[in-house]
Design a protein around this ligand. Structure first.
Ligand code: NAI
Length: 458
């Protein structure tokens, strides 16, 4: 008999959720190998810390603006060290919850790096160099992704940050933060630092920010950010960063905009131009799996080119989102046990935690058109929504995309308060094949933001 039924490498939301599911639902004997703290990028350097900082920054901005609600808050200020301390407290709190669950489900947690040396063999190496060989029926790779630094000269200068290093910065915010990359990470950090009072400039190579989302979301976010004072320069390809002669700690970033070379100075630069799958040290000598452009290739059930070895989440490329990794992990564990996939992986919502929030699921109108689907779209403006007006929210909208003939819902895009919560209603509707009329037939309470869903489906 082998030591384990399942060895998971990587303790992020893909790996730790999968192993809990395996232990709880199928009684599998499990071991989890993780080289850092449990929780992965999401808990330690991603979703949770950024959203905690965003929460503090948004509250601060709201305090500064409280007079329009008939309030006065006296001398409002913040302390970056205290904000960071709260962030660490939140992360530690959630991490101890995961550690406790691991104990309760009798998962052997091994601190160190995992290396696959054969179809059923993993070596776990701890930080003292001790190696333990584990024999297992199944292996699940959930090693995630890491920041991908573009080959921009000067990107290694002091004062240039990745999202990982910026999240740990305890000093007062920058006078001017320059953000290279107007994707999800770029826009969330733009929101944080703008709320905390820094001047913020975003340089984005593509013609629009958050370019993988609906065009109208990009335009609305750009307008809102500009209104708050964030400078957004699109079609701007960054070429180099160097120390500026204009002062100590000042960096100069050179970029090409419409064939013209421009430059901008800042005391902090964040590079967030994407992430890449993390497979460093994962395979022993002579062992390999089918890979494509650095990503592990898998079937829909998560199985790799070697039977019994599965991979899920960011390391497989595709949609790099925590909840997608969790869902893929559950399906992979079900497949190991000969069961049907419990989760529908074709409908994956995505959210951006700016204020107001942005959320999207299913097809955009443009994507439906590209697929040759005769689709229509409808939009409810939040300006007519009572809860939006009474809580002084920015303008926003909820848009639904549907198949013209059947009125079946194909997608939804929204920018409004609580969008990240409300998108689940659309995810459920698309997954279960609801039509606009069926969505409209549901009574939603008044006054709520969700009434705009009824309005959009009318
Ligand atoms: P991203 O791929 O979303 O955006 C990177 C942007 O950088 C792109 O728009 C690209 O055109 C631009 N870019 C690349 N090279 C450039 C250059 N030299 N000059 C100017 N612009 C350049 O990647 P991002 O924002 O780093 O996020 C990484 C991953 O993390 C994404 O897959 C994202 O979905 C995930 N994530 C999700 C979050 C959420 O769900 N709320 C939050 C944070 C990250």
């Amino acid at each position: 008999m082998r030591d384990y039924d399942l060895v998971v490498i990587g303790g992020g939301p893909g790996g730790y959720e999968a192993i809990l599911y395996a232990a709880e639902k199928y009684g599998m004997r499990t071991a989890l190998i993780e080289k850092e703290a449990l929780g992965g990028t999401c808990l330690n350097h991603g979703c949770i810390p950024t959203k905690t900082l965003l929460h503090s920054a948004d509250l601060y901005r709201q305090f500064m603006d409280c007079e329009r609600f008939g309030l006065s808050a006296g001398q409002v200020s913040y302390d970056m060290e205290k904000i960071q301390a709260r962030k660490s407290e939140v992360v530690n709190n959630l991490r101890s919850g995961i550690e406790l669950l691991m104990k309760q489900k009798k998962v052997d947690v091994i601190k160190g790096t995992g290396c696959i040396i054969g179809p059923n063999e993993v070596e776990a190496k701890d930080f003292e160099g001790n190696v333990k060989k584990l024999e297992t029926e199944h292996i699940l790779i959930a090693t995630g992704s890491c920041t991908s630094m573009p080959p921009i000269p000067g990107a290694d200068l002091p004062g240039v940050y990745t999202s990982d290093t910026l999240l740990e910065r305890k000093e007062e915010p920058f006078d001017h933060l320059l953000i290279i990359g107007g994707g999800v990470i770029g826009m969330e950090f733009a929101s944080i630092y703008n709320s905390l009072g820094s001047k913020v400039t975003v340089l984005e190579a593509m013609p629009r920010i958050i370019s993988n989302m609906d065009k109208e979301l990009s335009q609305s976010l750009k307008m809102l950010m500009k209104k708050r004072g964030v400078a957004i320069i699109t079609g701007a390809m960054v070429e180099k960063i160097c120390s500026s002669e204009s002062g100590e700690g000042i960096l100069e970033c050179t970029y090409k905009e419409k064939e013209t070379v421009q430059s901008a100075k800042a005391d902090g630069i964040l590079v967030c131009t994407g992430r890449r799958p993390y497979t460093t040290g994962l395979f022993g000598e002579g062992f390999t799996l089918s890979m494509e452009r650095g990503c592990i290739v898998t079937a829909e059930n998560g199985e790799t080119s070697v039977p019994g070895i599965y991979a899920i989440g960011d390391v497989t490329g595709g949609i790099m989102l925590a909840h997608a990794a969790t869902a893929m992990g559950r399906n992979a564990v079900a497949h190991m046990n000969g069961a049907q996939p419990p989760v529908n992986l074709s409908v994956i919502p995505a959210c951006i935690y700016t204020d107001p929030e942005i959320a999207s699921v299913g097809l955009t109108a443009d994507q439906a058109k590209e697929l040759g689907i005769a689709a229509g779209s409808r939009k409810a403006l939040m300006t007519a929504n009572g809860k939006t007006v009474l809580s002084g929210q920015e303008r926003g909208f909820i848009k639904v995309v549907f198949e013209k003939e059947t009125k079946k819902l194909l997608g939804a895009q929204m920018m409004c308060a609580r969008a990240s919560d409300m998108i689940s209603e659309f995810a459920q509707a698309i997954t279960t094949g609801l039509t606009l009329d069926q969505m409209y037939s549901v009574i939603r309470p008044h006054p709520t933001f969700s009434e705009a869903i009824t309005e959009a489906c009318n």
